[in-house]
Ligand binder design. Structure first.
Ligand SMILES: *Cc1c(COP(=O)(O)O)cnc(C)c1O
Length: 401
């Protein structure tokens, strides 16, 4: 069975809600993946940062296999022995007091929004059904109807209405706009510390911390969507730590279970997460023992293998190398840790053709929006592998130039 076979079959039977590069991956190990013809590639996307551990990390795979033989799903009708341990360990690690576990990132964002609204009514005293949540333009928080209701991306919304009310959009990185948007009915401000999907947009230095102060002054919850930026990607456990503060709520997902299982979570204070009472929220698979056992091991690996430090070290190294690239098509190179983007000029003809050329050189990356190439390799990557990647990037820019 070759690549064409799988591509054709997918296009006939699978809904076309993605536009993948035509590479059919059948095997992965560490930072490397192999296609149906046994060509080898360096994975420079890490499933949008869900595979920070590299593919099939032996310790995480062992946790999957051990727990799969023991107990996988009980539902929350009963208790299991893995969830309490995961919740405690995640609190110890993050400095928060309570956890609510879900499966996908979007579900965890929805959970945070539900918590914020409940907190708004029960603790802040917002009149019934009047709660507002402030979000940023060009945000990406997932794909449910409520979440796309506050997207500013036309393409994400078209023909999906009617939308959920109660959300306001303001420009990203602008403190005055945040101050202006807050009303007595504002329950929360939801923000990505770096807008990754929007093209690795890094807000002005100090913005996040000032936003937190504005929120505090107005009794508004600061919710950080750290699904992509968290768990070491930018060189800290949470990207907000770069500015030295702790959000009221943080949402995590993606590599929480090392890419071997779908696990997401909201972490927050006891005061905030205690708004949930039995029956007010739930998920059949949320906090299942397999998910929790895998997440526990993935978090241990993340700490023991010092993903944070490696992201800082290798990220700085690679960012500087990319900045030395000379091409008339490069508008800006930017990043934090191992979350890096090359923004191309409008004349470059879009990032897609660069990604296709890089794929032919053995480097897998994906364009984000029209003009940005995103680089987000697994956090286990080493210097000599980045040198290998850089050679390919350089070659592609030289040949397209
Ligand atoms: C990926 C992502 C989500 C959505 O996560 P899913 O698991 O795809 O639902 C939400 N927010 C951010 C910042 C993300 O990167």
């Amino acid at each position: 069975m070759d690549t064409k076979f799988y591509v054709d079959m997918e296009d006939i039977y699978g809904a076309h809600n993605y536009h993948p590069l035509d590479v059919v991956l059948i095997k992965g190990k560490g930072i490397w993946v192999w296609d149906a013809e046994d060509n080898k590639y360096l994975d420079f996307l890490s499933a949008y940062s869900a595979v920070n551990h590299g593919h099939c990390h032996p310790r995480v795979v062992k946790a999957v296999s051990d727990q799969a033989k023991q107990l996988t799903l009980t539902s929350r009708a009963f208790r299991n022995n893995q969830w309490p341990l995961m919740a405690k360990e995640l609190c110890d690690l993050t400095g928060y007091e309570m956890v609510l576990a879900m499966n996908s990132g979007a579900e965890a964002v929805e959970t945070a929004l539900k918590a914020a609204r409940m907190w708004g009514y029960q603790k802040k005293g917002i009149p019934e059904n009047q709660a507002e949540v402030i979000t940023c333009e060009n945000n990406f928080h997932g794909r449910t109807i409520t979440i796309i209701s506050f997207s500013t991306e036309e393409h994400y919304k078209k023909d999906f209405g009617p939308f959920t009310p109660g959300f306001i959009q303001i420009p990203y990185g602008d403190i005055e706009e945040l101050e202006k948007a807050i009303t007595p009915n504002t329950a929360a401000f939801l923000v990505e510390p770096i807008q990754a999907e929007a093209g690795i947009i890094i807000p002005p230095e100090g913005y996040l911390k000032k936003a937190k102060q504005v929120c505090e002054k107005n009794n508004v919850l600061f919710i950080a969507d750290e699904i992509q930026t968290g768990l070491g990607r930018t060189g800290k456990l949470f990207a907000c730590e770069h500015e030295g503060f702790q959000p009221d709520m943080a949402v995590i997902g993606k590599s929480l279970a090392g890419g071997c299982y779908a696990v997401s979570a909201v972490v927050s204070s006891r005061e905030i997460l205690s708004v949930f009472t039995p029956g007010s929220h739930g998920s059949t698979f949320g906090a299942n023992p397999l998910a929790c056992a895998v997440a526990r091991e993935a978090l241990k690996v993340m700490q023991e293998e010092q993903f944070n430090d490696n992201a800082v070290k290798q990220g700085t190294y690679f960012l500087n190398k990319l900045k030395s690239l000379k091409s008339k098509y490069i508008k800006q190179v930017r990043g934090k840790g191992l979350l890096i983007g090359i923004e191309l000029t409008p004349e470059a003809g879009g990032a897609r053709r660069f990604c296709e050329a890089l794929m032919n050189e053995g480097l897998l990356c994906k364009e984000t929006h029209e003009n940005v190439i995103r680089f987000a390799p697994p956090l286990i990557i080493k210097k000599k592998e980045l040198d290998w990647a850089f050679k390919r990037v350089k070659k592609v820019f030289r040949e397209i130039d």
